[in-house]
Ligand binder design. Structure first.
Ligand code: 5CU
Length: 377
């Protein structure tokens, strides 16, 4: 069995039934509403084009997730709750719901079928923390502890706002310490986008917020973590970035130069900014081989800023992992393979300079290693 190459999806979402029913009970965003024809629509943010997106069982039904996996030959999915997580709730409600949803996700994963020929389950998960303004540190730490004890939860998904002041908030220091200590992977995922005033007045649907707003939100949040010295204080922290890290790989040398010219930050950090890019993990939800190749070059280059010799592109691939973003971006017919999935798989296959071993790693081996699943294969 050890020789079979598994396909592992590390970026795939669910609105668990308990969460979906809360969204159905609401009359402002985020909410699920039912139209005259009985069709449900999910409005995630206020003022979304066309009143949100149509939703159906693929958003909450585990059988649909397993069928989607089977259609695309995905062996394992590491499933995360989708945005906006608990952001709209008062702190006590958020803490209770996080606890319940973490239990729900553990049950969703632990009772999933096993992968043919090995002891692994088809589903693992990222749990939730009640990251909302006013929550107590005690409740946040309890949630980290809860997730770390649930055997099928391998990480924590989080947005970029923390408890209201972003992820570089001093109040989150004990939380980063606890996440590092637990060995859980923190999956940083956008929700709000940035700079909506830049989108203009033309009807461009969801294109600008999703293609630019989301990745720039991740770029800014991660840059703030770098600038605050978080990776110096928690060097074993494992942070996974959605959408291949947004624009951060492309902007990292510019960031390094800006830091060099700014003693306020330069004196605070132990390393050149490019060093920290090599400490991060990236999904492969980039849709193009050139972009993936570039991200792996940036990761490989990080070694140079740690005093080691620069590595090759295949070395950089070790921190990149396949993802689908299911159930978002569905195809127009139910029989089709999903274009977004096919594009992301083709992109991995077509990266110039990645060895076959490197491609197999991005398709699944790297994720098995990161999430501690290798020993079960
Ligand atoms: O279509 C969308 O708005 C989204 C979303 O909200 N979250 C996500 O992960 N992908 C697409």
């Amino acid at each position: 069995m050890a020789s079979r190459r598994l396909l592992v999806d590390i970026h795939t979402h669910v609105y668990l039934p308990r969460y979906a029913s809360i969204l159905r009970s609401r009359d402002s965003a985020p909410r699920i509403s039912t139209g005259k024809s009985g069709e449900e629509r999910l409005l995630i943010l206020d003022n979304e084009p066309s009143g949100g997106r149509p939703v159906g069982p693929q958003y909450w039904d585990r059988e649909e997730k397993l069928q989607f996996m089977s259609k695309h030959s995905i062996d394992i999915s590491v499933v995360s709750s989708a945005n906006p997580w608990l952001d709209f709730l008062p702190p006590r409600d958020a803490s209770i719901l996080a606890q319940n949803l973490n239990e729900d996700l553990e049950a969703y994963c632990s009772t999933s079928p096993t992968v043919a020929g090995c002891a692994l389950r088809q589903l693992y998960g990222f749990g939730l923390l009640p990251l909302v303004p006013g929550v107590t540190t005690t409740d946040l730490l309890k949630a980290v502890e809860q997730v770390s004890k649930l055997p099928h939860l391998k990480g924590i998904i989080m947005g970029t706002r923390g408890i209201g002041r972003g992820l570089d908030d001093d109040a989150l220091e004990p939380v980063w310490a606890a996440i590092e200590q637990s060995g859980l992977v923190a999956f940083l995922h956008p929700h709000y986008g940035v700079g909506t005033e830049q989108w203009g007045e033309k009807p461009n649907g969801h294109v600008l917020p999703l293609s630019l707003g989301f990745p720039f939100e991740t770029t800014i949040a991660t840059t703030r973590l770098i600038l605050s010295g978080t990776f110096d204080r928690y060097p074993a922290l494992r942070l996974l970035l959605a959408h291949s890290g947004g624009a951060l790989p492309q902007l990292s040398s510019r960031l390094a130069s800006c830091i060099d010219h700014d003693p306020v930050v330069a004196l605070r950090l132990k390393h050149d900014a490019r060093h920290y890019l090599g400490k991060l993990y990236f999904d492969a939800v980039a849709y193009g081989p050139e972009e993936l190749g570039f991200v792996s070059d940036v990761i490989a280059r990080a070694a140079k800023y740690t005093g080691l010799s620069e590595r090759d592109r295949s070395f950089g691939s070790k921190r990149i992992m396949f993802g689908t973003d299911h159930p978002f971006f569905p195809p127009l017919t139910t029989t089709d393979k999903w274009q977004s999935v096919v594009e992301n798989l083709d992109a991995i296959a077509d990266v110039r300079g990645w060895s076959d071993e490197a491609k197999a790693g991005v398709r699944g081996g790297n994720a098995l290693e990161l999430f501690g699943l290798l020993q079960t294969v």
